[in-house]
Design a protein. Structure first.
Length: 357
């Protein structure tokens, strides 16, 4: 294993630990944790549904189940597609349901959707920092040094670079101002944001905490409210705090320090590693399976090639009346092959020749 980098070494070691400790995992708790994990994601989609309804008030045909399908499908695809490529699937599925929508406005709705989650994540990281669970540098000599020789030695180039950056930023701000204003419309109604967004995300956090507790019980880790919060903080530390290395190794180290402080005794590092990689693997497979099922139903095929071809034909939603009354009959465009036949008067249609008996 000399040729492998530390990340690959950690992955190989984790696989060996999972294989060795697989027989000790409690299947009932594992299934319960998986169900609660998916339920937390489904509940969180209600918050995004409220944000989308505020951004597109005319989209009366949008339902909460449409948002849930799009969110779960995109989150599952993120497991196998890097750089959060599954978010494109979310936006494409919603663009089919919302008339007059565009990718820019749909993407900006993710800004208010992440505000509460970011605030909770930052709060948990601050709690972990105050408790001494995060291995961050405390001495000034360990902090990265900033080299300003380029700025001092080439002031003209530095000024041109700054001017170019400002010009690009101004151009992006002008292009994205309208989508950003529409996508963040929910923020202009603080009461609706609290009741329709933050409340659902808080409930999802509680369900996710139950999922964490179930996974901890499945892998035999000491389970208390403090240790469950510690695991939740460790899972979000890499996304909130820029600490090297931002990887599973940080979570393992954080849990190793935290379990000693919260329980009073050390926990086997092998058990922590098996839990970290095992829970993430189970959650990823469950999310991917849910995404494939949703895409199969959405595309009406279980063939990946046909599903991809169907997804390429997706376009923006067209106007469709939600309720058709007696005074306003529905106008449904005929199919192309029947258009000429339906537009011809009945008297001008060619009569079928009579057949002799």
């Amino acid at each position: 294993m000399r040729g492998l980098d530390p990340a690959a070494d950690s992955a190989v070691h984790a696989v060996s630990l999972l294989a060795a400790r697989g027989a000790g995992v409690h299947p009932t708790a594992l299934v319960a944790g998986t169900v609660l994990y998916l339920a937390a994601k489904a509940v969180r989609t209600r918050a995004w549904f409220t944000i989308l309804r505020a951004a597109f008030p005319a989209a009366t045909g949008l339902r909460a189940r449409h948002v849930m399908r799009a969110y779960l499908a995109g989150s599952g695809i993120n497991v196998i597609v890097p750089a959060r490529g599954g978010d494109v699937v979310k936006l494409a599925m919603l663009r089919r349901r919302i008339e007059g929508s565009c990718y820019a406005t749909l993407a900006t709705t993710l800004v208010p959707e992440t505000l509460f989650e970011t605030a909770v994540g930052v709060g948990l990281v601050l709690w972990a920092l105050a408790s001494g669970f995060l291995p961050v540098p405390t001495m000034s000599g360990k902090l990265p040094a900033h080299d300003v020789a380029l700025v001092l030695g080439h002031p003209v180039l530095a000024a041109l670079g700054a001017a170019g950056a400002l010009a690009v930023g101004w151009w992006l701000a002008r292009r994205l101002w309208t989508p950003l204003r529409h996508g963040t419309a929910i923020l202009r109604s603080p009461g609706r944001f609290v009741t329709g967004v933050a409340s659902w995300q808080a409930l999802a956090r509680l369900i996710r905490l139950g999922a964490i507790a179930a996974f901890m019980a499945a892998f035999g880790l000491p389970l208390t409210p403090a240790t469950a919060l510690l695991v939740m903080a460790a899972q979000g530390a890499g996304r909130v705090l820029l600490v090297e290395p931002v990887s599973a190794g940080l979570r393992v180290a954080m849990l190793s320090y935290g379990f000693v402080a919260t329980t009073g005794h050390s926990v086997d590092i092998a058990a922590i590693t098996a839990f970290t990689f095992g829970a993430a693997a189970v959650q990823g497979m469950a999310g991917l399976a849910a995404a494939l099922m949703i895409l199969g139903v959405e595309c009406e095929t279980w063939s990946p090639r046909r599903a991809l071809a169907t997804a390429r034909t997706w376009g923006p939603a067209r106007a469709r009346p939600d309720h058709v009354g007696a005074e306003e009959p529905a106008i449904v465009a005929p199919r192309r092959r029947d258009a000429g036949r339906l537009l011809r008067p009945r008297t001008l249609r060619r009569a079928r020749p009579a057949t002799a008996d």
